[in-house]
Design a protein around this ligand. Structure first.
Ligand code: PAF
Length: 291
């Protein structure tokens, strides 16, 4: 595995890979890799001839009071994990390398942002699509792999590449969970022991919602209420939101008669955790919501 730190070198490599007619699979990350990332890389490895992973904690997608400075970083460990999963190139640019001068272009996402995490993270998705536009160009990716844990992100990114005719194909990969159901996240390290134990109830609360739908409940208000009750019963965390929306459009629904997302965000002392299930109208989990 080769470590690349400059845009020019990454572009040169990607150009010669394309000249050889090889498929480039890309996994964009902010580092501190865990099993969730490993799953993305493994899937990418299966579907691509050349695998590129990027590690870049993107300042543009963090708000002023968010955790950019203390976002966990461990480049050495990340490189070991990436190499052991068969990555060919790991692209680790500095902030100065990615954002050289003041940019004269500002991307703004105008749909799907005023719900879920977007509501409390103004400008977050503008920062995400800006960095991804650059990374897709730099890596010349044919396929890009994203975890369904960030379901709003992948819905926004899919619409972004469709709207702007990027040729990259977006591949959703199911959420990786701990044995007790907690979704893997770099932010789980911020949880206290008690919070870590309680955090499993995020998933069990989603399952409560899913089972109500399987049993025929069609009223989202009623389901949201039961999910919230379950979270309150099992954690001291503060609920930021529990929402049921159409997926991937992320519009409000009054009756469950289509593919939907049940999404939750809970604030613990030092970590904000999110989780979701994308399910069809009968309550069955959907593996690829864009198919
Ligand atoms: O999901 C993430 O880790 C980031 O939002 C991404 C896609 C790497 C863009 O910075």
């Amino acid at each position: 595995m080769k470590v690349i730190r400059t845009v020019n070198e990454m572009v040169e490599i990607a150009t010669s890979v394309k000249a050889n007619d090889q498929t480039i699979g890309f996994v964009p990350t902010m580092g501190y890799l865990h099993d969730g990332h490993a799953k993305l890389i493994d899937q990418c490895r299966k579907e691509s001839q050349i695998v590129i992973v990027s590690i870049f904690v993107n300042p543009l997608q963090f708000g002023p009071n968010e955790d950019f400075e203390r976002y966990p970083r461990d480049e050495k460990r990340d490189c070991m994990i990436a190499e052991s999963h068969g990555v060919d190139y790991i692209f680790i640019p500095s902030v100065e390398e990615m954002y050289r001068d003041n940019s004269s272009i500002k991307l703004q996402v105008v749909e799907r942002t005023n719900v879920l995490c977007g509501r409390s993270r103004a400008g977050h998705f503008d920062g995400v699509v800006t960095v991804l536009a650059k990374l897709f160009h730099i890596t010349k990716a044919d396929l890009a792999f994203f975890g369904m844990k960030d379901a709003q992100q992948i819905a926004v990114v899919k619409a972004f590449v469709d709207d702007l005719n990027f040729s990259v194909k977006i591949r959703p990969v199911p959420t990786i969970r701990e044995d007790d159901g907690l979704a893997r996240s770099s932010r789980n390290v911020y949880l206290s022991q008690q919070e870590r134990a309680d955090a499993a109830s995020l998933y069990s609360s989603l399952k409560v919602g899913q089972h109500l739908i399987i049993d025929g409940e069609k009223n989202p208000v009623m389901i949201i209420d039961e999910v919230k009750k379950n979270i309150h019963r099992h954690t001291n965390g503060t609920i930021d939101y529990v929402e049921i929306l159409s997926y991937p459009d992320l519009k409000a629904v009054t009756v469950i008669n289509q593919q939907i997302i049940i999404a939750i965000a809970v604030n613990f002392q030092k970590a904000r955790l999110i989780d979701n299930l994308v399910i069809n109208e009968h309550g069955i989990i959907v593996r690829d919501p864009f198919e």
